[in-house]
Design a protein around this ligand. Structure first.
Ligand SMILES: [Zn+2]
Length: 83
């Protein structure tokens, strides 16, 4: 939907927007306003996807290669790590 603008903005510009949106998600969590929280989750996901698209990372592939059905640290599901 926004690929051309994302490409023109570049990776650093998209990263900066992502960081801003993560901050807004934190503020929404503090507000306990679930409607605002849901909207901020959508914004964070959209900017994460924009950044990935800008540099040619397939988010689905990246996520599944690292987290497919198991914790990448202990190899179990559910995670058995003790932290
Ligand atoms: Zn684990």
């Amino acid at each position: 939907m926004y690929l051309q603008r994302d490409l023109e903005r570049g990776a650093k510009g998209n990263y900066d927007w992502l960081v801003d949106e993560v901050g807004e998600l934190g503020e929404a969590l503090d507000s306990n306003n679930m409607e605002a929280v849901q909207k901020e989750f959508a914004d964070v996901l959209a900017w994460l996807a924009s950044l990935a698209n800008t540099i040619g990372v397939d988010l689905e592939t990246a996520a599944l290669e690292k987290y497919k059905h198991k914790c990448p640290k202990c190899g179990h599901c559910p995670c058995g790590c003790s932290f």
